[in-house]
Write a protein that binds this ligand. Sequence first.
Ligand SMILES: NC(=O)c1ccc[n+]([C@@H]2O[C@H](COP(=O)([O-])OP(=O)(O)OC[C@H]3O[C@@H](n4cnc5c(N)ncnc54)[C@H](OP(=O)(O)O)[C@@H]3O)[C@@H](O)[C@H]2O)c1
Length: 277
Amino acid sequence: MLKGKKVGVIGVGKLGEALIAGLLKQGDLVAADISGSVAHEQSMERVKKKLSINMSLDNRKTAQGKDILLLAVKPQNMHSVLTEIDDILTPDQLVVSVAASVTTKFIEQRLTKEIPVIRTMPNTPAVNNAGMTGLCAGKHATPEHQKLAETVFKSVGETVFLDESLMDGVTALSASGPAYLYVIIESLAEAGVKLGIPRDTSTFLAAQTMYGAAKMVLESKAHPALLKDMVTTPAGCTIDGLMELEEGKIRVTLIKAVVKAAERARELVNTQNSTGA
Ligand SMILES: NC(=O)c1ccc[n+]([C@@H]2O[C@H](COP(=O)([O-])OP(=O)(O)OC[C@H]3O[C@@H](n4cnc5c(N)ncnc54)[C@H](OP(=O)(O)O)[C@@H]3O)[C@@H](O)[C@H]2O)c1
């Protein structure tokens, strides 16, 4: 579906770069199909060298005539970028935003034509083709546009379409999520160190265990509680560990962390809309 498409990426930073690398790896697109722009010359040279795509400091050139235009700048830069490119966008192009908290309405209101817009929320494991992306469609996006956007993000991991009202939840759960899970891996590794296991080995044990447990949930489709029961031998040692976790209120702490991050995402939207930035 992506073969022969021209893709522009405004803002080739950490996320933009990960997505382009994934698209090139997937194979339907070659470097000559992708153009990008950034704010600084130094970044432009770095990306050119790394990905061999067409790079410039000119967002209008990046937007012009592309089938898919990916907006991967920070939320606070979205208003100025949209204003800059508005007059050259046409309704046969698809605009895809990855900016946290920026609504499809925010984007549509800054564009004078009826441009199809898809809002997405990927995460950084996209670098290793293990990303998770939530997507929702703006009012001018057709099912075909949705399919096209889905193809882009499927090349770097898994995708799910949701109602836009749930996107702040996706931001808090799967986009912020890797940070919470790194804390858990780090803590498990510290425990290994406390028990005398060398740090590198301990981190390896913890990370591979998290990867394996996630794979079990995804592939068996069993409820996590059932999988937990399979590990917990009666009168064994796991139940003692689980009791400590319950006493430390791990469940309510994780729930509150995600809820708090979602509240913050909602605040960001209000700030942007009230300042018009
Ligand atoms: N990182 C994540 O985990 C993650 C996850 C989901 C969504 N996102 C979203 O992805 C977006 C980018 O995040 P990031 O982490 O990739 O940030 P980043 O690494 O700081 O990248 C931002 C990029 O935007 C460029 N830029 C800034 N102003 C510009 C302008 N006026 N015109 C063109 N390019 C401009 C920067 O260029 P210079 O390098 O030249 O300054 C840089 O390449 C954000 O909206 C964020 O919400 C990020």
